[in-house]
Ligand binder design. Sequence first.
Ligand code: G6P
Length: 367
Amino acid sequence: ALIDKGNHRHFMQKEIFEQPVVVAQTLQSYIRSVEQQVALPQMDFELSAIERVTIIACGTASYVGLIGKYWIEQLARVPVEVDVASEFRYRDPVLSPNMLGVVVSQSGETADTLAALRHMKAGGVTTAGIINVPTSSMAREVDLLLPTHAGPEIGVASTKAFTCQLAVMAALAVNLARAKGRLDAAEEAEIVRHLIEAPAAINAALAHDAEIEAMAHTIAQARDVLYLGRGPDYALALEGALKLKEISYIHAEGYAAGEMKHGPIALIDEAVPIIVIAPSGPLFEKTVSNMQEVRARGGKVVLISDADGLAEAGEGCLATIEMPSVHPLIAPLVYAVPVQLLAYHVAVAKGTDVDQPRNLAKSVTVE
Ligand code: G6P
């Protein structure tokens, strides 16, 4: 069937709004709801024998790797390294038979990621792939295919593939944790309950579309934008900055909130909007103090947080965006939405070609 934009102005917008459905679709294939268990497809190796994980990807997919590192290390206590494929393939990485090499790719054809996969396989590494196109080269070559069910993604800037990749990464982290004896049945059942809530929470995040559109006109005036977060939200800060650069051509940087004082704080003045991604939780206070440092220098903050976080720190911000209160494991799937919508609406406000931004290709099959 022909893919059209339906009643959306751009494919990117359509794909952002498809997320509750496609994330639910993806989760469904990894969750046994009766048993309240997460399940991966059949594999011909022992997950319990895995002693280290290496995640390789390019662009947006590489941020799924960064978030996966937090999840896998926390839940399974297995060390994880994350690298972009173009660096990994040429740095003579240390490979070992007890490692799981995970590639993440929407297309399954990105040249650098495919080369990294082949490099790992040649080195005797067991491989898995979180991939959206099931007929792609990577999908055919990995030992364990972990499909995302996002459907065709047309917009060059990846959106629904990203959140579906996160859903699969969460399933992998939970399975590894169970295989490693780090998760009992009750804990797993609780995680399953939270995962099942993700599509509704994504829907709630989408409800802020008009608000984000309204503030996008202010952000569209900026020359530079800074994104800050900690933990998995640091990865989202990187993703937010990448999205904004890709489609609005505004210079943006994502930084770990705690690193701000080691450089980027020098950039801050009244003209630089700072997008702070910070759900309430153990690290919230720390991020808020970084936010105060920015505000003390005239920085205009857009705070993306939940009701508790906004009640505590929302005052004095240029704008706030309220996310539903969710379990930390699903928070990145939810907080990805305002980050995508902001980039989208800023690009529309600037009048750029949202679905086909200059100089970029959907799938980079040459080095
Ligand atoms: C291109 C796209 C990005 C994408 C990256 C990786 O650069 O513009 O949006 O994240 O490739 O693509 P993949 O298909 O491997 O996920």
